[in-house]
Design a protein around this ligand. Structure first.
Ligand code: PMP
Length: 374
């Protein structure tokens, strides 16, 4: 009797992704249904009603059977005007994540190196790796700042083509000091990517360092201050010779007509948005003071979120107790360098009150009890 044929491999066994992709972890941000959502650093306010009405009128004029303006020229002109530069200094994409991806595909990729300073925004590493680049780690100090000596060490050891500085840094909240960004630009032979997704909440922007002879990229997003996370729109400012390379790499017609219209119209509300930023900064200071009155360590923030660490209660337990009180914050406690840390987004005054009350109750009298950890 002949042996039975071995089962033929399934399609999933035959078709293998790149080994580096198999080894990767995806991006995880649990969405739990709660009353107070303070986990993803969005604006707590919807866009202005007038913008919504204007957009509806604009959408009715779109020629849907035609491709969009490939260069997204009106949008680039409007963004350039906002920042006092010409449209040739602007590159827009589907969220600043696609901005990061385009930079990594253009200046990263196989045989090249990107540097990140952990703990920082996880997608810098992830997107650089997806492009095929090697990622090297720089470290932050105990206050989560990056030192010039550490930048020099990373440059000397790895000669990265891309150095990511996140300012303010997600999730720790601190700003990259102007001297540090200047130093990095002077020391590297690669480009310096300053991620300013939260730049409007900070007192300084690396935009002031934009120069045709400086290899600097400054990225911004519509997802936070512009109240447009659902739209998926972000952009960068960089010297025109760099922008020309990004335009070659990005897919043709990647920005649809609705998005271009939405982004261009939104810039007509710059004053209103600046007032909202002021309001959120005032709320941030209030939440900061509230946190400092509780048994948690707090890091000063220049963004619309605050990192904190419960002193005597396990962070996973605090996170779960907050969820039980219908408040969702980001649990960073398993991220590298962030043991025991949670991050709260600044919301409306009511949401912030709900958070502070729920946190106080969640910390009350409880010592570390791992039996309650989910
Ligand atoms: N950069 C940083 C530092 C962020 O925190 C985020 C969003 N969490 C992004 C970029 C991506 O933003 P988006 O793709 O929504 O523009």
């Amino acid at each position: 009797m002949s042996a039975p044929n071995p089962p033929s491999p399934t399609a999933a066994q035959r078709v293998q992704p790149r080994p580096d992709v198999v080894a990767m972890e995806g991006y995880h941000s649990p969405q739990v249904s709660v009353r107070v959502r303070l986990n993803t650093n969005e604006s707590p306010f919807p866009p202005p009603a007038k913008w919504q009405a204007q957009l509806a009128a604009e959408v009715s004029r779109i020629e849907f059977h035609r491709y969009p303006d490939r260069a997204a020229w009106n949008l680039r002109v409007a963004i350039g005007e906002l920042h006092g530069v010409g449209p040739e200094w602007v590159f827009a994409a589907n969220g600043s994540n696609e901005v990061i991806q385009t930079v990594c595909l253009t200046y990263g990729g196989p045989g090249r190196t990107a540097a990140v300073f952990e703990p920082t925004y996880a997608m810098h590493r992830h997107i650089a790796q997806t492009s095929g680049a090697r990622v090297v780690d720089g470290a932050r100090g105990v206050d989560f700042s990056v030192s010039e000596a550490e930048v020099d060490r990373v440059i000397d050891e790895a000669h990265p083509e891309i150095i990511f500085l996140c300012s303010p840094n997600n999730p720790t909240g601190g700003l990259a000091a102007p001297e540090l960004v200047r130093h990095t630009l002077a020391a590297t032979t690669g480009l310096v990517f300053v991620d300013e997704a939260y730049g409007q909440f900070a007192s300084w922007s690396a935009q002031s360092l934009l120069d045709d002879n400086s290899p600097i990229v400054v990225s911004r997003t519509y997802s936070k201050t512009w109240s447009m996370a659902a739209v998926r729109l972000g952009y960068l400012l960089a010297p025109p010779w760099m922008v020309a390379e990004f335009d070659k790499v990005v897919l043709p017609y990647h920005l649809d007509s609705l998005k271009q219209a939405a982004g261009t119209l939104a810039l007509g509300y710059a004053d209103e948005m600046a007032a909202r930023v002021e309001q959120l900064v005032a709320q941030r200071e209030r939440v900061d003071a509230g946190l400092r009155s509780l048994a948690v360590d707090v890091w000063p923030s220049s963004a619309n979120f605050i990192l904190f660490r419960p002193r005597a209660v396990d962070a996973n337990l605090v996170w779960q107790r907050l969820v039980d009180r219908s408040v969702l914050v980001r649990n960073c406690s398993s991220w590298p360098g962030l043991a025991g840390c949670l991050r709260v987004t600044i919301g409306t005054a009511d949401e912030n009150d709900a958070f502070l009350d729920a946190l106080e109750a969640s910390l009350d009298g409880a010592l570390i009890d791992s039996s309650e950890i989910p």
